[in-house]
Write a protein that binds this ligand. Sequence first.
Ligand code: MG
Length: 401
Amino acid sequence: MTDRRSDDVQHDPAAGMAAIAVPTQEAFEAHLAPYAAHSAQSRGRRYSEAAPSARSEFQRDRDRIVHSTAFRRLEYKTQVFVNHEGDLFRTRLTHSLEVAQIARSVARNLRMNEDLVEAISLAHDLGHTPFGHAGQDALNECMREHGGFEHNLQSLAVVDDLEEHYGAFNGLNLCFETREGILKHCSRDNARRLGALGERFLEGRQPSIEAQIANVADEIAYNNHDVDDGLRSGLLTIEQLAEVELWQTHYDTARRDFPQIEGRRLIHETVRRIINTLIVDLIDTTKLNLVRYAPASLDAVRAAPALVAHSDAIAAQAATLKRFLFKNLYRHYRVMRMANKARRVVVGLFDAFTEDPRLLPPSYQAVDEAQQSRLIAHYIAGMTDRYAVKEYQRLFVIDDN
Ligand code: MG
């Protein structure tokens, strides 16, 4: 064994073989920087539980997320392209896995808690509605009079309340640091409602470095896979991308390195170079920030400015790519047509259920009328793309089935 747990292997002469002792919480995280989030110093769970015996607290959070129902639904939720448009486009699930991969690479290089960044990354989109941002905007519009709808807050609702897995509590009962990472942004009104978790939005403080890493990894992941999916779908062309410096620099390098390749292979050689450049720049710039601000603890990280950042030059290049995608992909007429259809489905469902809540499955029929809209929002937000379409057909299409 060569990994860090090898210290925990104890020789048991009586048995004549090596017995492996279970590592302590501290042993799992002994290699972390002092300002990383350590399980042993967690601000805890909402419902207290005995410490796990064969994994750290944040590993347990990651495992709970992977076993949740909401996590499996991500497979059939839109990232940009609706699930039925093709088998090879990203879904919320593969997006979340790419975020976790990027975030873990960064975390490992900075001696941050990989288990925590993985947990945050895998959970960050659990609250997304069907049909991506079109679905979220439509549901937010429907909920305008009832507190609105925000996917980020919904991710928190999923892990705090909506999952029904455990005997002792609703939700997954995750650690404060995992929940803090999931809640990327939050209005002041909502922050006041959220108690300790909302405080940083009112006080202008930062979350852990792990949360900051997951946040930037999300952007790195979607900027790159949306270019890839955009090209695959034919909505973007390589000629168009020539105006984006971040793309063109690495496209030229890839062509120089491999003059014989073209098509998908050339696109992938370009995209992997962009991802690598962004990750390395993020690690290097963050290291400089850590030297400059020298946080001694996680509390010092919270009080410092955002430490996980790109250099100015790369940040500007990444922003140009993002603007390009917004204009040329997210606003492409074919994406807009799908978004328009998605809006009709979400608004149609919401209105039908509001008009007559008896159409809802009984567990979503509120006893207290004031709660009905929120329960409808929970029901719709939990749907996969294809479930929402089926439900729409069940409510509005009369056929001979
Ligand atoms: Mg995301």
